[in-house]
Write a protein that binds this ligand. Sequence first.
Ligand code: TNX
Length: 525
Amino acid sequence: MLHTRKNLSISALIVGIMILAMVSCKKGPGSGLSKSCIIPAPVSVSLTGDFFRFSPKTDIFVIGESVELKQVAGYLAEKLRPATGFPLAVKQVDNTVNPGHIYLALSGSSANPSNEGYELVISRKNVQLTAKTAEGLFRGVQTIRQLLPAKIELSEVQEGPWKIPAGTITDQPEYPYRGVMLDVSRHFFNVNDVKRYIDLISYYKMNAMHLHLSDDQGWRIEIKSWPELTIHGGSTQVGGGTGGFYTQEQYSEIVKYAKERWITIIPEIDMPGHTNAALASYAELNCDGKARNLYTGTNVGFSTLCAKKKVTYKFVDDVIRELAGLTPGPYFHIGGDESHATKHEDYVLFVEKVQDIVKSYGKTVIGWDEIATTKLAAGSVAQYWDRANNALLAVGQDAKVLFSPAKKAYLDMQYDSTTKYGLHWAAYIEVDDAYNWNPAVLVPGIGKDKILGVEAPLWSETVTNMDEIEYMVFPRLPGIAEIGWTPADKRDWNEYRERLARHGERFAAMGIDFYPSKLVPWINK
Ligand code: TNX
């Protein structure tokens, strides 16, 4: 008897779960995250069960005159035109709202305190997106894209209907910094690859891209006052290929492209270690005055700038001045990791001096967690990748910490022992491992108020092209994006995997070659 009742309740539970799975992402009254397929999950969603239907007559109206507002509307139109085949004209209105259209407005009085917050009200009649800033509208536009069927991402005209569920979404990010790092030094990736990566992260409401522009194997950014850095230092890569570099014009093009998507570019010049490419380009940067050979292997920790030489600081000043001048964002990343060939006293001297140089060009320092073993300048940020103790040292100096724990957030770590690319020195990171952690409790003593945000680095010793990048990045990246955006108490792996499953179709429509993890019940239509 007891046994039967237990079986019954288990069956009821299973049926319940099945119904939930069926209504999730589809129509149906009620509210709650299980009814929406948005990643990262919004802070609050309530659906009415109704729909807004796009028609060939649907226009995108902006209420207000800001240039940025029109830019966001133009971006939305561009994203929706190819698959719908609708004209979706961008027009300006005063305050009238008519049926059948999409409205974007900046509202100082928006209930949302965050610059990236937005409110989306969808009814049978129209779609109204409001935010305090154009940046907030841009994040909201990603929600509109994700509410449409996956085929909206295809580049040729598709059959409709194009409808989105009606309801209200109020949303804002948990952390101000949500980003990725791309190592363009071990293998070089061209401007188009970087732009594509920018597009992919913006779909998940990330707002930062950190470019690892120099390392032992290659110097990838033109510095006009030290031209050999790229001519010689940029001429190869891991495995001995031809390498490459960005001219200053190309770097500026990346910065502009990112800015139009409200993504900040954070340039990194890794110092004083990881500098073989510079040491090969200029003999005087070496303590012994002898130029090093170019390096195409994958060892770390063998190179160092000469901390006691004057010319070193002339060099660093020139590099930071030129690069900071091309970078509108607030941060400059000075690396500082794995300087095993630098004496600790030299490391301290160097990092402290370089922080002052960065400050003199109006930028805020970010450095890998080792920099917390020196005296941090006010405002400097430590990027926790390896040692919790270093992160605690940073917090002890009142610095903020950017979370990139290698065991959770490193996108170059293999999914499991069968993954073709990547490394596993920190861990194998399956899709659930990458999702199932909370920065605010990971290191006892470092709470949310000390955390700037999350960043997922992709080191490129083993990845050589965009396809391989995408395979390592997807599907883990949406999970990291959700950790940064969605409050921890609204996140749950079992619910998330259902939502992620529906993004498989979106990845496919965007031409992303993703890792089809067995932990995710992919829906491939
Ligand atoms: C450690 S993570 C490094 C990088 C390597 C990476 C490979 C960090 C700050 N330093 O130089 O590329 O491991 O996973």
